[in-house]
Ligand binder design. Sequence first.
Ligand code: ZN
Ligand code: ZN
Length: 507
Amino acid sequence: MYTGFIEKIFEYAVSGRIEAGEKLYRDFIEIPFVVKNETNFLLIEFTYEGEGCRLMIGLIDSTNSLRGWCSRGDKKYTVFISRNSASLGYIPGDIVEGMWRVFVRLDNVPKYGCIYTLKVVGYNTELSNMDFDNLGKVVSNLAKILDLQKFLKEYPEFFLVHVFPYPCREHLESREKNTQERSSSRWYRGDLHIHTVHSDGRFTVCEVIDLARSKGLDFIALTDHNTIAQNIEFTKIGRSRDILVIPGMEITTFYGHVNVFGINRYIDFRRRSKEDFEKLIEEIKNERGLASINHPVVSREPICRDCDFKYRDIENFDTVEVWNGLWHLFNNEALSWWHNLLAKGYRVTAIGGSDYHGVYVVADIGEPTTWVYAENLTVEDILKNIKKGRVYITYKPDTPIIDVKIFDKKGNVYTIGDDVENTDKNVDLIIQVEKAKGAILRIVTDKAIHRIANITENNFIYRERIDIEDTKFIRIEIGNYSNPYELIPQNSDDILAITNPIYIKTP
Ligand SMILES: [Zn+2]
Ligand SMILES: [Zn+2]
């Protein structure tokens, strides 16, 4: 029973000026403050002013752990954090006394500089001990609790900040996927790049799960910018029985964006150098996660500052988001980069992601959809098979459907992501395409477009005895090309599907 007990333990305020300068731009500064004993609830308010200023804040606790991030570029941030709940984007947990730090990302510091004010108030209150459910009730019934009136008067923003989780548990009480559906070897489809309210997305964790379910997806990854609060929220409410939710995070830096899949701990996103990113990818691999370079080339369409990946010469990554959202010109460039990597002999899996924000980014959930052939619908199996390359990408969740197989003389059958033992000079290639009548099928090898065929039927089958001598890989594309003879399209063509290669092993 909540009694309204709130005791102020400490209050700290500081102002400062951030000067413009080469050194500070694209950098971080830290503002330390001391959290006193018996504090179990922190309220942080950060404001700044200055024309053209754009700052974002994050929090590091006294144990040196990252505790959250605001990525909306607001002029004022109000954040609270306690043991069992926190503002959106922040990680609930113990408020350990000692030196904490607010760190500020200097997105834009113009000539005249930016002036900031940080105010931190520490409380001892039983609000801190409330679990998700009860805190939600307190928030919704707040006005009725007279004991809190004084507090509210002092901090009217307190209850305007978003508190998670949102009340949508009942949506998750859904049909349970039966064991057979989850544990058969088949193509599972999903969206590997989704934002929620924990960063700059519009919809809650529950809402995006509902949307993904309505599209018929089997899995999604929640990849908010520089936070794992969405994964924490999902584990607290986690009753989604018919969709696999892969913990994710979009490491968002001044040097590009990297999606991390399958790891549910906070990873320091303040990466700057090539070595930083190589180390990051090694860390992720060691923990059996997967790191993917997002929208690697955004050069021709400057729609997103610092979104292209600056260290494209790193060599240890496994996957790249070749297809981001609806097919843009920059996806052509990503396709070109990936194709050249494959041609050089690298084995890098192409994946897709809608980068769903629900507001200003137009692609819907599942546009595109990434299909993964896996033994079971589990995080481990999905990631393992992505790494292996058993992946194709389509522009919508339900179309087109592709099956590619190679048969050799010994009776071996190979499919997307497999390595064909190159003992036969000629093998039989059979491609089956459903739901793409009228589009063009392209068979692409490391050297050229090997074949172009018109898809004349809804259930289309293409067969060819193909010479694979001196070929490193065969991959398939389907699209409505303005010029199907261009290896890399130069326009925003309707690309309908791209498969990863079947690799040809040279003896
Ligand atoms: Zn991004
Ligand atoms: Zn994103």
